[in-house]
Ligand binder design. Sequence first.
Ligand SMILES: *Cc1c(COP(=O)(O)O)cnc(C)c1O
Length: 400
Amino acid sequence: MCGKTYKPGQVEYTCTVCGADGILDVHYDYEQVHKVLNRDTLAANSDRTLWRYLPLLPIPQGARLPRLTVGMSPIYDVPILATEFGVKRLLVKDEGRGPTASFKDRASAIGATRALALGRSEIACASTGNAATSLAGFAADLGLAAKIFVPASAPEAKVAQLLIYGAKVFLVKGTYVDAWNICQAAVAEFGWYNRSCAVNPYLVEGKKTGGLEIAEQLARELPDVVFVPVGDGCIISGICKGLIEMKELGVTSRVPRVIGVQAEGAAPIAAAFNAGKDRVVPVEANTLADSISVGTPRNWKKAIHYVRATGGSFVTVSDPAILEMIPKLARASGVFAEPTGCVAAAGVREARARGLVAAGDSVLVLATGNGLKDVRGAMRAVTLPEPVTPDLAAIRQALS
Ligand SMILES: *Cc1c(COP(=O)(O)O)cnc(C)c1O
């Protein structure tokens, strides 16, 4: 972060001074924005999608917007888990209901809209799965050609989404890091628009809408802490930025602490943060939470910077704890989340144990992806019953 600033349109991706590591941050003239986006205008706005925040989004005037709707996902009270974790209140925001069923829809809505507005027809990304499926969905909506790089090990349902949407899919032999590297090389070679969040600063602006929403939906009962699963660090950066901007605009009076949660087997950002280091040491990622199975995180600098700005922290959770949380969250709230979607909830217990959250705190957890995206993962948390013959005697026996 060298501090260099650019005018809109001057660069589309990273800082020319810092190179690939120089991920930019988008800033607005908040005084001007406040005139058209404030408590009163929001209260009067009947748009129930993320476009209600248009003055705070990097969309050129008159751009064609997608038809797929995303945003204003519901927030549910989960008293059973609040009691279990020993916090005052526990809320879950269900991001599994977007058009392609993950939080990534927020970023892809912005990326695809911007690509079209810039006159681009081909858009690419590397992904553990969900960024790709959401890009494929929005590309289909807007008539763009999507080029997708995912590890060949991506869950079947996510690959099915990609193929059904008609994206050009490269199932990369290797990890997400390998998919990332070849995608960047291909973008440079073929001139595609780059949707990767850790290169294109505008994508985090889409993710930011999650934070804007939490602030708006809970303005008078803002949680003390917000928990976010972390892979590359783009979602958590966006959530923090959104929460901070809503305070800037006077919609809220404070910013909740934001706690990032990583899987133990892929926790380089948590390790750096907890060691007080401003350097991340890449690891070989190994976790069943495929969406955050990221050994070389691309947006760690921004993530650490923003988490610090909220007074937050990072914790890690084990795979068994994640697995256990899938049915626990579903049974307590009705929200069936993919393994990574349960990581934030699993992090509450850990944060309580470490004293990062007090008994009097209210917390919100972000359920970032739908459980149907990784049925095989979910089935590891339950036992398949023996088939029964269709007669009452057998049912009676199964009940006993
Ligand atoms: C991508 C993703 C994450 C992590 O987001 P990062 O920006 O990589 O930190 C969390 N949950 C789900 C479901 C995801 O798809």
